[in-house]
Design a protein around this ligand. Structure first.
Ligand SMILES: NC(=O)c1ccc[n+]([C@@H]2O[C@H](COP(=O)([O-])OP(=O)(O)OC[C@H]3O[C@@H](n4cnc5c(N)ncnc54)[C@H](O)[C@@H]3O)[C@@H](O)[C@H]2O)c1
Length: 309
């Protein structure tokens, strides 16, 4: 079996690339290497890595030839990066997804698996853990574009019969993530004994999901899901950002002070007070859902990654 992974050299993409290659799947990666190449050296000679842009329609069509699935992960992300580049963020999402759909239809690809985001929920999770049917509330250009693509993919199933899955990831963490995201940033600050900087009160919660369980969920859904469905991939537990900082400080035995700083005006995402998801739909479909305790996940990450280096 052959698949195309856009954004396959990124954090989540490199884990998916490794997993599928290990399973004997022929993997073609399309990535503009905006964030460098996170694919492990031992995998590189077993895959085809094309440095290129998902906005290049002819290239996407060519690479989708004979592919059973397209995993579409190429995106611009990171709270600051998106806030500074809203237009390019949206263009990459909208143009990229349009090209992936066009290529899938032209080349007879069975299914598109799209990386959406829990960011589409915005402030919706104030009182309860969000399921896929709750009223959504995307506020950033990134989240709006993700929601647009979810709707577009549903329409392409209704109009053209193209099967798809939109996956709403909840704060994925694990090896090879870079410091655009909060967990690697806190580890880096703690290991350098620099202040660990927490935006706002630190009381805002997030639902942290391990990359390994994210990949398992994604692969299981690829095999099972029919039509054009949306699934949360959430750990169903919350931790507030201040607790996260304290925990990482303790794990690393750091002398860093934990510093609460005002959230910059463009960091809209930090004003979302609560984000926790329900993975019931995922569980009903696959019999699996992520459940790694974040404290265990952080301990493993620290032991396997940061202490060795
Ligand atoms: N990490 C998370 O917690 C999280 C949460 C929600 C959703 N997501 C989504 O999951 C997907 C993967 O995220 P990630 O954490 O691995 O991020 P990442 O930045 O590590 O990976 C994205 C990859 O896309 C590539 N890319 C960017 N623009 C491109 C373009 N125009 N053409 C080709 N490649 C391009 C980048 O070089 C990068 O390798 C993204 O779609 C993201 O929006 C991630």
């Amino acid at each position: 079996m052959k698949v195309l992974i856009t954004g396959g050299a990124g954090f989540i993409g490199s884990h998916l690339t490794a997993y599928l290659t290990f399973k004997g799947v022929e993997v073609v990666v399309l990535d503009n290497l905006l964030r460098g190449n996170k694919i492990e050296d031992s995998i590189l000679d077993k895959i085809t890595l094309i440095q290129g842009d998902v906005r290049d329609q002819d290239l996407v069509i060519k690479l989708a030839e004979n592919c059973e699935y397209i995993y579409h992960l190429a995106a611009i992300l990171g709270v600051d990066v998106v806030a500074d580049n809203p237009v390019e963020t949206m263009e990459t999402e909208v143009e990229g997804t349009k090209n992936v759909v066009y290529a899938a239809l032209k080349q007879g690809v069975k299914k598109v698996i799209y990386a959406s985001t829990s960011g589409v929920y915005g402030h919706s999770a104030i009182e309860k853990s969000v399921d896929e049917d709750i009223m959504i509330d995307p506020r950033t250009s990134y989240a709006m574009a993700k929601r647009y693509n979810e709707i577009y993919l549903k329409a392409m199933y209704e109009e053209r019969g193209l099967e798809s899955i939109s996956l709403r990831f909840f704060n994925v963490y694990g090896p090879r993530q870079d410091d655009r995201m909060v967990i690697p940033r806190f580890f880096e600050q703690a290991l350098k004994n620099e202040p660990i900087t927490v935006f706002g009160s630190g009381k805002q919660t997030r639902d942290f999901t391990s990359v390994e369980e994210t990949i398992i969920s994604l692969v299981k859904l690829t095999e099972i899901s029919k039509g054009a469905e949306i699934f949360n991939i959430a750990n169903e537990t919350e931790m507030n950002i201040l607790e996260l900082a304290i925990h990482i400080k303790e794990l690393t035995q750091s002398s860093s002070e934990i510093k609460l700083i005002e959230s910059p005006a463009n960091r809209y995402d930090y004003e979302v007070e609560r984000r926790v998801g329900s993975s019931e739909k995922l569980y009903k479909a696959t019999g699996f859902k992520p459940n790694t305790d974040i404290r265990i996940g952080l301990k493993n990450l620290h032991e396997t990654l940061y202490q060795i280096n």
